[in-house]
Design a protein around this ligand. Structure first.
Ligand SMILES: [Zn+2]
Length: 280
């Protein structure tokens, strides 16, 4: 009899990584074996060890998720399986039934998909109601990366480290830009971004001066230190952004080894060179 638990642990490190989630900052990644009915990690069948061997009744589990269609994008597994969990960690997959301990929990996931928690990179809805719907879709991490938030520290503080699901956001270029160019308080959040049709804010339409660009870089770097997951650029909402400004901010992101997320300008926006103008 093979020790199925140990080989699953050793052979599926990458699969576990799928459940690595973001709480606050890139430096605060936590590993959470978060399981919801439609959300769990899994491993593949493999000739090196047959997890079915654990189903001989010799082992019992804290939690068994039974009869679910187990899908693991990494290994390609797509089959009905029993999942055995101990101390919050998946330690067995089996075609045959698995038993629970006397006070264990048995979940029948028949007709349901069991998969690693999904990570939504484009989640503007960052409120309790949105999180609830996302959880029901199997999303366990919702990130506001495209538009971002500003100020970043306030956004996280308002959530108090709590949430139905894991959350995070990029540093909003739009928000930081208004702050840098007006030296006034500015913020963006999931409820509303700057709207060109309604705004009389000239900072959206003009290029940043050298001094403003210097301030902007400082603000965006501060946003990273406050927990921002890269930079979020809503270029469609800031037609005044020049190639020079964008290039320099991309360079700041590269120097900090963080990604940039971009909402392109509208293809109809010929007055400002169309969607690719800022990059040319
Ligand atoms: Zn969007």
């Amino acid at each position: 009899m093979v020790n199925a638990g140990s080989w699953i642990r050793s052979e599926t490190t990458a699969a576990w990584r799928l459940l690595r989630v973001v709480k606050r900052a890139p430096t605060l990644f936590t590993v959470t074996w978060l399981l919801v009915v439609s959300s769990a990690a899994c491993v593949s069948d493999d000739e090196r060890g047959d997890p079915r061997s654990v189903a001989d009744g010799a082992r019992r589990f804290d939690l068994v998720i039974a009869n679910g269609r187990v899908i693991d994008p990494e290994t390609g597994l797509d089959a009905v399986r029993y999942i055995g969990i101990e101390d919050g960690t998946i330690v067995a997959l089996s075609e045959a039934a698995l038993d629970i301990t006397d006070d264990g929990l048995f979940v029948d996931a028949g007709q349901l998909v069991v998969a690693p928690g999904f990570i939504d990179l484009h989640a503007h809805g960052q409120d309790v109601a949105s999180s609830r719907y996302q959880a029901m879709d199997g999303v366990t991490t919702a990130l506001e990366l495209e538009v971002g938030v500003f100020p970043v520290d306030r956004w996280y503080d308002e959530r108090g480290g709590e949430g139905l699901i894991n959350f995070g956001a990029s540093v909003s270029h739009q928000g930081a830009r208004v702050r840098a160019m007006r030296s006034a308080f500015a913020s963006v959040n999931s409820e509303g971004t700057f709207s060109l049709g309604e705004s009389s804010d000239d900072t959206l339409y003009r290029a940043a001066s050298d001094g403003e660009l210097t301030r902007l870089k400082v603000l965006m770097e501060e946003g990273l230190r406050a927990g921002g997951i890269g930079f979020g650029f809503g270029l469609s909402y800031t037609p005044g952004v020049s190639h020079r400004e964008l290039l320099q901010l991309f360079q700041v992101a590269a120097a900090s080894d963080v990604p940039s997320f971009v909402h392109l300008r509208s293809a109809r926006d010929f007055a400002h060179g169309g969607p690719l103008a800022p990059f040319q």
